[in-house]
Design a binder for this molecule. Structure first.
Ligand code: NAP
Length: 284
């Protein structure tokens, strides 16, 4: 049996949906009754629990062979993941598949990337069989900008003309599903990208074409971006991380693509056009 932790967010909900589709025995840790209901409707088991409650996580891990770990972006991401890894070890889990992020290094200017590097090292040192997934920027991040796209006809960033091989979370989930249900992925770190590195001006053109109205890309300085994000309520650490990420994208750090989706999930990655078409009602 598989336990999914973080199975209701952008990437996690797709992992859950795809496991339900192939009818693998799956339990999902959820933190509220409404999402528990949605999980049960898919024919899966839901257990209520919180990432900060170790006893609850240990209880959810009882009888579990493989666990998928995803925690929300936060400044204590490595700490949360380490306590789940300890619990998995204690409860005799046989394989941990963990969502990390591309660019995970200890000297990254992005605090999230440093958190990922720390958690990934912790898992590798745990002696538990593991697979680490390091995706690029999610296409689904644009869904959170849908209101701005609708009202202002614009997307904003500090990416200049840097290309980015962003990935659809459905493809991340397809890789996770393979790692959770097939042999041969232990000890591997997979960098998951989409198939077409594109600059944000092209992203705006694609949005315009599919939605049938003009969407512009407005390039900002890092300072303007941080100011805009904090005025929208983003915590300062996250606004700074997004500005540093944008600077890295501008230099082309995330422009290269891998063939992980093709090789591991055995499919072609979703294109950005397809992502927009599939989510047109949210953007329109
Ligand atoms: N976004 C990107 O472009 C990107 C790229 C690469 C890597 N990543 C990494 O991907 C990971 C996930 O990011 P995301 O943006 O996909 O996250 P997300 O959509 O916010 O999902 C977070 C999940 O964690 C659950 N959760 C949050 N706090 C919890 C708590 N206290 N107890 C139990 N469950 C809790 C949420 O449940 P609820 O539904 O109840 O809120 C949700 O299922 C992060 O490590 C991030 O750094 C993201």
């Amino acid at each position: 049996m598989i336990l999914v932790i973080g199975g209701t967010g952008k990437a996690g909900r797709e992992v859950v949906r795809q496991l339900a589709e192939i009818e693998v025995l799956t339990r999902v840790l959820v933190r509220n009754p409404k999402t528990a209901h949605e999980v049960k409707e898919l024919g899966l088991e839901a257990v209520e629990g919180d990432l900060t409650n170790v006893a609850g996580i240990e209880a959810a891990l009882r009888g579990i062979e493989k666990v998928f770990i995803l925690v929300p972006p936060s400044q204590n991401e490595a700490e949360l993941k380490s306590s789940i890894i300890n619990a998995a070890k204690k409860m005799g889990v046989k394989h941990v598949v963990m969502l990390s992020g591309a660019g995970a290094t200890h000297d990254s200017p992005i605090s999230q990337a440093r958190q990922h590097a720390k958690a990934d090292d912790y898992l590798r040192a745990s002696n538990l069989p593991f697979t680490i997934l390091r995706p690029y920027f999610f296409m689904q991040n644009f869904l959170a900008q849908a209101e701005i796209i609708k009202s202002q006809g614009a997307i904003y960033g500090n990416y200049k003309d840097g290309r980015l091989a962003m990935v659809d979370t459905r493809d991340i989930a397809a890789v996770a599903r393979a790692c959770l249900t097939e042999d041969g992925h232990e000890g591997r770190i997979y960098i998951i990208t989409g198939g077409e590195p594109i600059a944000h001006a092209e992203v705006a053109e694609k949005l315009s074409r599919v939605l049938g109205r003009k969407i512009k890309y407005m390039d900002l300085s890092s300072e303007q971006l941080v100011e805009g994000l904090t005025s929208m309520g983003y915590p300062e650490w996250l606004a700074n991380d997004l500005a540093r990420l944008g600077e890295n994208i501008a230099t082309g750090q995330f422009a290269s693509k891998t063939d992980v989706v093709e090789k591991i999930a055995k499919k072609n990655p979703f294109t950005f056009d397809q992502f927009v078409k599939d989510n047109a009602s949210t953007f329109s």
